[in-house]
Design a protein around this ligand. Structure first.
Ligand code: FES
Length: 89
């Protein structure tokens, strides 16, 4: 089982309110579609949603294995983000 990042690859809008039907997650904003098994964009653009492994304990606890938080100052994080930002998203 995996969890997806809560940001659509189109504009970064939250995927809250997305629908999942027949193995396809559809963004509620402009209807980009993602394959649920791996987050690959099915229609609208290219790429894949970041995904994270999920473990469910026998007692019902749900654990999402998130990557470590970004390192460095906020300035350094913003500079890295700007350097990797794609125009036209
Ligand atoms: S924000 Fe998701 S399709 Fe535009």
């Amino acid at each position: 089982m995996i969890a997806f990042d809560n940001h659509c690859l189109h504009t970064g809008a939250a995927l809250d309110g997305a629908t999942v039907r027949d193995g396809v997650l559809m963004c509620p904003r402009h209807f980009w579609r993602y394959d649920v098994p791996d987050g690959t964009v099915r229609s609208g653009g290219t790429g894949a949603l970041p995904s994270y492994p999920v473990t469910i304990d026998p007692d019902g606890g749900v654990w999402v294995d998130l990557p470590p938080p970004p390192s460095g100052s906020l300035r350094d994080q913003l500079l890295r983000h700007v350097q990797t930002w794609e125009r036209g998203r």
